[in-house]
Design a protein around this ligand. Sequence first.
Ligand code: PLP
Length: 388
Amino acid sequence: MYPSAKRLQEFHPSVIREMTRLAIKHKAINMAQGLPDFPSPPELIRAASVAMEEGHNQYTNTWGIPELRQAISNNLQNLYDLYYDPEEQITVTCGVTEGIVLAMLSLVNPGDEVIVIEPFHDNYLPAINFAQAKPVFVRLEPPFFQLDPERLRAAFSHKTKAIIVNTPHNPTGRVFTREELNSIASLCREFNVVAVTDEIYDRITFDEHQHIPLATLDGMFEQTLTISGLSKTFSITGWRIGYVCAPTNLSAAIRTLHDFTTICAPAPFQYAAVAGLKLPESFFETQKQAYTTRRDRILKILEEYQFIVQPPQGAYYIMSDFSQYSAHADDYEFAKYLVEEVGIAVVPGSSFYSTPELGRNTVRWSFAKKTETFDAVEQRLHLKKHKS
Ligand code: PLP
């Protein structure tokens, strides 16, 4: 048998997507993967379909159609007073997933260190691995998952090239405060480190919590790659539209890599993305209200069944401690039980950490779900409780 490359020995297939495969196999409700089970906005679907009918079915400009880069630029300026030049500083990618890989490959040399805040989204370590760099972890402590400035400082060294910062944060639902982001920014300046941000949940925040792009902090524009995408804001995770905004020299490197990786993001969906970014503010407000209702519903269900939880401040995930609900000692065992015997798929908490010792009592739930899905989850938990 011909062996695969050595780099593959260092990481495993995504646990999140494995849980989705198990959900399908066991006909379980998929509360594991971050994909909405309600329809995408009709305005975007119509725009995609019109784009196909009008013949936008071939490769586009590699960096993305000019209309979309302009819409991304306007959007960032209107929302955050953050200006990127659409001509040179914005590249449309096949999702944030591609953006993170491009960021690592364009910034980092073999042996460099990249700081990762844990728990973390599962695409970061493979991207660091592709670049043959070394991850250095900074832990957010449950139950509140705040960033500890001392721990953060200890992770920076002369070998640090980049730090990946995801806010609103998957899987904890934290939205980092200005103070937390300032502590990252000041260390980036001191050690000349580039911040690679993942801001894919920027339009999904709750209560008083507000998203702050790191690039808007003092002196950070020149040393930040602002990465985001439309998968979550518009419930179009399968369309694969994201973007990387960068100062001009870094943008050129991103564009070169993107050119030889995917050529361009899907053409008709780029046109639909323009329609999405031009939707009135009322769309985003209504959506925020809908996500707040979903967050409150999952909190109520989990609290009723003795899961220990903190209200998410943003994104659409909740980490839950299951130790009072179940005697399972291990999160993988508990997730297996839940998918096979209760019919609900969740993600084992330790899969978001660098070591299986962390997150062992926790599982992550996605709450980008319609009302009927929450009803079914509640019913299955209820049935199991009263049978056992
Ligand atoms: N980043 C985070 C934090 C995510 O949670 C996800 C998906 O769950 C992604 C990136 C993937 O984004 P995209 O669909 O744009 O590749």
